[in-house]
Design a protein around this ligand. Structure first.
Ligand code: ANZ
Ligand code: ZN
Length: 869
């Protein structure tokens, strides 16, 4: 039996497709299908195969359905690995990256992924990072980018700044082994907090995102609803403001705690000195430092309460100051017990039904009533108590409701070489001056200077020293490059207008393509990448750089986070040591054996990694089984959101399916040729056999199922089983038609052809080369001109199902004599039968003419026999 040679067929169609783009004109709307672009590490891994197969299947389907599809691909090409390769192997990072890109692009093409390569972009190429720099300046001019001091990792031996990844778990430099220090440097930030409220609220608009992702975003943004309350200080200085989420516990405030950087400490030299000495204290301890001679005044009782600096108060959250309520907060309680041992704790809230609270420990639940012993607020519910306290604070002007966010501004400065240089020039007299736009891009120096200290760009004096664009005096370039997350926060805008030389993208192109209709990528990007992209989407909308679409500047309408691909992992039962492939005998794939011991290894599925010897190489797989089989297999093994256990052995199921399809295509073509059939028009609904109706219905309902799966449900694994089921129905119908003598079981060549062609069409997005090959053969036999199965708008739409009790030929006897045949449905009533008979020409001839003045007396339909009297 003939087998399809996948290598030949796949390379044949790859070539034809690259020369002839699918014909046809889109008749439906746009569909922007985006999969997260990869870092060009050099080789695709199975996770890439999974995500790009998904987006390829969806975008091929959309094109076939008549959509105007954008399915672009690019390279997230700045970052540390290229820089490290450059330092370690003295390689040119640019060249290293280009080679990796070339290799991975070839791998993607071997996977038969149909990307719009004419839209390809690479973030490390000057024609891209020029626009990243332009957007930086837009942010700077709009006051969304600013400079502030922040700590960096400093290697005192190499005299250089390190990325977090370059510091090991013991806090040592990856290269020099020196203990890394923290050093304060002026660095650039993007003001993400300015949009925190919107970024949080608009999560509501993202109804087509997985809720796990919106929840993580929401936690990250960390909206907190509470109140700011002022406390008078006994030295008459400016009142101290705290932030609390529990104003109802105000009666229980027993102390104030502030961060060491708080003005209360910083304005007192003697405290500053104590704090410096206290640094030796473990930051996780509860040891506080009492500020001597200073008290705060309790706004309700007028009592004087102590003020501490405490390690648990964060300097950069809310006001950097806390009202200490030992009775209702765990940290306050622990701090109070440690620093004021033996002092009582004043409970405010008590569980409903209990009297006073006497047990030890804080009562942290937000449930109960305010203790009746408390003047004015006692006996109220928490809700009413809170409202009343807030009203009193507002009346006296000492407090008000407010909102805080956990999210911090985005530190975008990296003291690295391989990134987009920050397009700012520092001048002693003019300050931070933007590089004039016509001078963009600020190109990276072509080589990393190995001698000198500081960050890589700072070492290159020639590059650093420039004239100030404003006053023309000697000035210095900013020597930081941007976090690579900046590059990936706007690449999906650039795809709408990749070749725009003047601007990052035009208003029109971006507004017509965005939001992205479907974004597919790993859940490791659930927080930062998606959040920063959302920030850019909103910022760019506010700047009038795009319309913002119908989701208030949200760039991604639907998000799918694909699951991980885990590899089969073998370990020894004794020690759990990972076994190398050559240590395991897999000749019986169901019963692996450890060669050395003859024992059965433990098998598990784990994240693929070199150290576990459980990785699968996409190239090997495609070579061995073909891209079509690999794609179908990876989709079939698990729902796209779930973890996938990669087991190559199971691919035989897919291979069998593919060869059954191919063999059947050859069979039906052979039949048509032998029978010299030239008319492939399918018979009208009323002249189909029972088997034909059944097959027809099967086809229609499968088309409907697959269409929904690809258009909205994204249940790609069930689609593969539906292909399989439909193939079985077609083969069964064919076999029965050949073997049976009953007319009802016959399936004519036309319907058989039609069925096979529909199967090929709906399977084409998953198995493009096999489908295209089958399609070509089927067209040829019908003497039709070749046209790609991927023709735009050619997707078959499901037609109406036909009733399962079909019209059957009946012999009509008139007055006892057999006269003619009529198609009748056995489930009809006698009247319906007479009506149907009377509508045929024969019926009119034999019955109507003679019936003048007479009536049809009786209609006899013997059960089980196809004749009518
Ligand atoms: C009094 C109180 C009583 C509090 C009580 C809680 C429970 P979230 O939800 O995270 O916003 N807080 C305020 N500023 C802080 C800072 N800079 N560093 C550390 N803690 C800080 O939490 C707000 C609560 O965290 C605030 O409410 C405050 O303690 C503390 F029974 O005030 B609360
Ligand atoms: Zn100047």
């Amino acid at each position: 039996v003939e087998q399809l040679n996948h290598r030949e067929v796949e390379s044949k169609w790859r070539k034809i497709w690259s020369e002839n783009p699918a014909p046809g004109v889109p008749s439906r709307g746009k569909f922007y299908c985006l999969s997260m672009f990869p870092y060009p590490s050099g080789n695709l891994h199975m996770g890439h195969v999974r995500v790009y197969t998904i987006s390829d299947v969806i975008s091929r389907f959309r094109r076939m359905r008549g959509y105007d599809v954008l399915h672009p691909m690019g390279w997230d090409a700045f970052g540390l690995p290229a820089e490290n390769a450059a330092i370690e192997r003295n390689a040119d990072p640019h060249l290293w990256t280009q080679q990796n890109i070339a290799n991975m692009k070839e791998q993607l093409q071997r996977m038969l992924v149909n990307f719009d390569w004419d839209k390809e972009l690479t973030t490390c190429s000057p024609d891209y990072y020029e626009h990243t720099q332009k957007l930086f300046l837009d942010l700077f001019k709009a006051n969304y980018a600013y400079r502030a001091r922040a700590a960096v990792n400093w290697d005192p031996v190499d005299q250089t700044v390190l990325a977090n990844e370059q510091v090991d778990s013991e806090g040592r430099s990856w290269r020099s082994g020196a203990l890394v220090e923290q050093k304060l440097l002026s660095q650039w930030f993007f003001r993400v907090t300015a949009l925190a409220d919107e970024l949080d609220k608009d999560l509501e608009l993202l109804s087509e995102w997985p809720s796990a992702v919106t929840t993580q975003q929401s936690h990250w943004i960390g909206r907190s609803q509470g109140a700011e309350i002022d406390f008078e200080l006994t030295d008459g200085s400016k009142p101290l403001t705290v932030y609390t989420t529990r104003p109802d516990t105000l009666p229980g405030v027993q102390f104030i705690a502030v961060a060491a950087s708080h003005n209360v400490c910083q304005s007192r030299p003697e405290i500053c000195e104590l704090i410096t000495r206290m640094k030796a204290i473990d930051p996780d301890s509860n040891e506080g430092l009492l500020i001597p001679g200073l008290h705060a005044i309790h706004p309700l009782t007028g009592e004087e309460i102590p003020v501490f600096t405490a390690p648990y108060v964060l300097s950069d959250y809310a006001r950097g100051a806390v009202m200490g309520v030992p009775a209702h907060d765990n940290r306050d309680y622990a701090f109070w017990k440690q620093n004021m041992p033996g002092k009582p704790v004043h409970y405010v809230v008590i569980p409903e039904g209990s009297s006073e609270r006497i047990e030890n420990g804080p009562y942290t639940e937000k449930a109960g009533i305010i203790s009746p012993s408390i003047p004015k607020y006692g006996g109220k519910t928490i809700k009413d108590g809170t409202a009343l306290i807030m009203k009193d604070l507002e009346t006296s002007g000492t407090g008000h409701a407010t909102t805080n966010f956990k999210i911090r501004d985005w530190l975008v400065s990296r003291q690295r070489y391989w990134g987009a240089p920050i397009p700012i020039i520092h001048c002693d007299s003019c300050g931070a001056v933007p590089v004039p736009e016509e001078e963009l891009p600020v190109l990276l120096p072509s080589r990393i200077k190995s001698e000198g200290s500081g960050s890589p760009l700072a070492r290159d004096e020639e590059w650093v020293n420039v004239a100030c664009p404003k006053c023309k005096q000697p000035a210095k370039r900013d020597t930081d490059t941007m976090d690579t997350f900046v590059d990936s926060s706007w690449y999906f805008f650039r795809f709408a207008d990749t070749h725009n030389k003047r601007e990052p993208f035009s208003y029109e192109t971006a507004s017509s393509q965005l939001p992205v209709d479907l974004y597919i990528g790993g859940s490791e990007h659930a927080i930062l990448h998606l959040l920063y992209s959302r920030f850019f989407g909103k910022f760019l909308m506010k700047q009038g750089q795009w319309s913002g679409g119908d989701l208030n500047g949200e760039p991604f309408r639907k998000l799918i986070t694909q699951g991980m691909v885990h590899g089969r992992t073998f370990t020894t039962p004794e020690t759990g040591r990972f076994l190398k492939p050559e240590e395991v005998d897999l000749s019986d794939s169901a019963k692996p054996i450890i060669r050395a011991t003859g024992k059965t290894p433990n098998i598990s599925y784990e994240k693929m990694s070199k150290s576990k010897y459980n990785g699968a190489n996409p190239d090997d797989c495609i070579n061995k089984y073909g891209a079509d089989a690999t794609r179908a297999h990876i989709l079939f093994q698990a729902p796209i959101q779930d973890t996938l256990e990669w087991d190559e052995n199971k691919i035989v199921g897919i291979q069998r399916w593919l060869s059954r399809v191919w063999r059947h295509v050859l069979t039906v073509c052979d039949d048509a040729q032998k029978q010299d059939i030239s008319d492939f028009t399918i018979p009208a609904t009323d002249s189909r056999t029972e088997a034909e109706v059944k097959l027809w219905n099967d086809i229609q309902s499968t088309i409907a199922k697959i269409t929904t799966a690809l258009a909205s449900d994204y249940t790609l694994n069930t689609s593969i089983s539906n292909y399989n089921k439909l193939t079985n129905s077609i083969l069964d119908a064919y076999r029965k038609s050949k073997e049976s003598t009953s007319e009802a079981d016959k399936v004519g060549t036309a319907i058989m052809f039609n069925s096979v062609m529909k199967l090929i069409q709906v399977a084409a997005p998953v198995i493009p080369a096999t489908a295209e090959e089958c399609w070509a053969v089927l067209l040829q036999v019908q003497k039709k001109a070749w046209s790609s199965v991927f023709e735009i708008g050619s997707w078959p739409e499901a037609e109406e199902l036909q009733s399962l009790s079909p019209l059957v030929d009946h012999v009509v006897f008139v007055n006892g004599k057999m006269r003619f045949m009529a198609k009748l449905d056995e489930n009809w009533s006698q009247d319906q039968m007479v009506d149907a008979i009377m509508q045929t020409p024969e019926g009119q001839h034999w019955l109507d003419a003679k019936a003048e003045g007479k009536k049809i007396q009786r209609v006899i339909v013997p059960k089980g026999r196809k004749n009518v009297s």
